[in-house]
Design a protein around this ligand. Structure first.
Ligand SMILES: Nc1ncnc2c1ncn2[C@@H]1O[C@H](COP(=O)(O)OP(=O)(O)OP(=O)(O)O)[C@@H](O)[C@H]1O
Ligand SMILES: [Mg+2]
Length: 378
């Protein structure tokens, strides 16, 4: 809540504008200053500054609630994924006020999931939706309006008439942000966009692509800068999720670790258990980032057609695996999970190995790279 904008704390517009000229925009910026510094920047007396700091602290302090109140509101706190097996494990669906990460190899259906969730959010509450707008931040130019409409009409053919599907598309607000700075700027002013578009869902597809494009972590200093940037993004997204009590969904990529896979029960590039020491794949952005998300869903390959959703981290669900495929109507679970045992043995979500499918010989690539001195961790 320290990321809460000063404008949303009840301060006068003149004072907010004056502080903004000194790059003081949110509660944290102001509360990190001494009263003397605030006196100088705000042009106020010592007594006025003490009152000001007290009121800003109160406005950003999290309010107290009882477990009973939370339990009574539980039906309102979830956003159904329309995948009954997944919803059941997640105790109703994606939790509002939290960050859900969808990670996995390229082409496994992360963006399809995001587009499907966008359609679901616009549905009326009687159909399990949020009856709201959607903010879709696309950093990979992967969003497809044609696909959004196709998913809507294929998944809910009785509901989405020609007029309704166009109305639905008008409620999905797409922002293309292709650099780290543009993305951070967008996130920092997203509260205004959420209010103006009446958004009940925020999607960031993907958090990794711009960061990985701009920060080569093998260069000195870049890892620290990247961590700092990711920390700011996570804090802002968490604030937005909590302040507006909405689910925030973000996608992440995978990274390849070479050489010590045997220790972590690695799986190879062709989806079968690998020989010791041949490497493994995990979610990108490191272990620290994995702590920033509340729920981590891994989308992974079993073979060229069959795929799996792994609940790798959740405050409410056990480690579990469900089969799915990507269809015209979006993501479809395969099999009946009502009575089926789906829980498996998990590991640290930041180190959870991920199955990918490329069909080429991984050991051959490793040998070639090692010989040419190109082997490095991404
Ligand atoms: N109309 C459709 N019907 C069925 N499957 C589709 C359709 N459109 C796309 N797909 C499938 O969706 C998959 C691509 O999914 P998606 O674009 O979500 O991948 P991704 O995980 O976001 O990858 P990346 O990390 O590269 O962004 C492909 O397997 C493709 O076959
Ligand atoms: Mg994608």
């Amino acid at each position: 809540m320290a990321s809460k904008k000063l404008r949303r704390t009840g301060l006068s517009v003149e004072l907010c504008d004056r502080l903004k000229r000194h790059q003081i925009e949110n509660c944290q910026d102001l509360l990190s200053l001494t009263p003397i510094e605030v006196m100088r920047l705000a042009g106020q007396s010592y007594q006025q500054v003490l009152v000001l700091l007290k009121s800003v602290s109160q406005s950003c302090a999290p309010s107290m609630t009882t477990a009973l109140e939370v339990w009574k509101q539980r039906a309102d706190l979830c956003f159904s994924t329309s995948l009954p097996g997944l919803d059941r494990l997640l105790q109703g669906g994606l939790s509002r006020g939290t960050l859900t990460e969808v990670t996995g190899p390229s082409g496994c259906g992360k963006s399809q999931m995001c587009m499907m969730l966008s359609v679901l959010a616009t549905l009326p509450k009687s159909m399990g939706g949020l009856d709201s707008g959607v903010i879709y931040i696309d950093t990979e130019s992967a969003f497809s309006a044609e696909r959004l409409l196709e998913i809507a009409q294929s998944r809910f053919p009785d509901y989405f008439s020609k007029e309704r599907v166009l109305e639905m598309a008008g409620r999905v607000h797409v922002f293309r942000e292709l650099t780290c700075q543009d993305l951070l700027n967008r996130l920092k002013r997203l509260d205004e966009d959420i209010i103006s578009s009446k958004a009940g869902l925020v999607i960031l597809d993907s958090v990794a692509s711009v960061v990985r494009k701009e920060y080569d972590t093998s260069l000195p200093g870049n890892l620290a800068h990247r961590s700092n940037l990711l920390g700011q993004e996570a804090a802002t997204l968490k604030y937005l999720a909590q302040a507006f009590r909405i689910p925030v969904v973000l996608t992440n990529q995978i990274t390849t670790h070479v050489g010590d896979g045997g220790e972590r029960g690695a799986v190879s590039f062709t989806g079968v258990p690998s020989e010791e020491g041949s490497g493994y794949v995990t979610a990108a952005l490191g272990n620290t980032w994995s702590h920033s998300v509340n729920t981590r869903l891994i989308f992974q390959y079993v073979d060229a057609r069959q795929r799996q959703i792994v609940i790798a981290k959740s405050p409410v669900a056990p480690f579990a695996v469900l089969n799915y495929s990507v269809q015209k109507e979006g993501i479809r679970l395969e099999g009946n999970y009502d009575n089926q045992e789906v829980a498996h043995q998990g590991t640290d979500p930041g180190l959870q190995p991920i199955r990918v499918w490329t069909g080429f010989n991984y050991n051959l690539m490793k040998d070639t790279c090692a010989a040419s001195g190109q082997l490095k961790l991404l």
